[in-house]
Write a new protein. Structure first.
Length: 245
């Protein structure tokens, strides 16, 4: 069954002009359609297997079908949609193998960041830990659902950026959209899952604050393994939590 974005979930402040023209500083309609649909993909409102209707989304956004079609083509190129002429756009399900590979990549990059901080000084490690303990991702009750996924990603990005390697930070940032989509698939908006994720974030931050890089990496591995479990993947030896010793 085809789905369209609920009318009350359109981007705040989005213009409601029909067509793809611009008036003054108005955002191009194709860009608005792209951002609108992509937001639904990343926050889990459009789960894998959904068939999106070009006409219904155009009606919701009060624009012609042409900019919506352009948005669909862009999202197909990014791997989010698969277009079927005269039928709509299928939301491509998250591939378990891809999700596992992404989580393994995150573990490698974030573990590197912890080791690099530890190599700089214990004070550097402790400072980042204190900063992360104040991060919204450790206090999910204060976050609306719409920003929970982005906050989760930002928590980990802060750790990677703090290590001071711009190449690693840039590489990590290229994973942003894929991270957000997988996080949404892991249902971090659910109350019980949000509480668990926040607790795991806090454990990582506390280990850093206490100057214990090995424990921080163990907590990080446990956190990512739990995400893999929530996604229904089989996991991997690389993600299996190790004994703290």
């Amino acid at each position: 069954m085809s789905r369209a974005t609920p009318s009350n979930s359109s981007t705040p402040g989005s213009p409601t002009r029909t067509g793809s023209g611009r008036a003054g500083g108005e955002q191009p309609a194709a860009d608005r359609a792209y951002q609108h649909v992509k937001a639904g993909l990343l926050d889990g409102n459009y789960p894998g297997g959904d068939l999106l209707s070009e006409g219904e989304i155009a009606q919701t956004l009060q624009m012609s079908r042409t900019p919506v079609r352009e948005a669909f083509l862009r999202l197909q190129a990014e791997g989010f949609l698969h277009l079927y002429p005269k039928r709509g756009a299928l939301v491509v399900p998250v591939n378990p193998a891809e999700a596992q590979a992404l989580l393994e990549t995150r573990l490698a990059l974030e573990s590197f960041a912890i080791d690099k901080l530890a190599g700089q000084s214990t004070d550097a490690l402790r400072t980042v830990g204190r900063e992360l303990l104040e991060h919204p991702a450790c206090h999910p009750a204060e976050l609306p659902d719409a920003t929970m996924h982005e906050s989760d990603r930002a928590f980990h990005a802060h750790l990677v950026t703090a290590a001071g390697n711009p190449v690693v930070a840039d590489l990590y940032n290229t994973l942003r959209d894929r991270q957000l989509r997988i996080t949404a698939t892991a249902r971090t908006h659910e109350t019980s899952r949000r509480a668990t994720v926040a607790h795991q974030h806090t454990q990582v931050a506390e280990a850093l604050r206490d100057g214990n890089p090995e424990l921080a990496k163990t907590r990080l591995r446990e956190h990512l393994a739990h995400t893999a479990q929530a996604l229904g993947t089989a996991g991997s030896t690389f993600l299996t939590p190790m004994n703290e010793g």
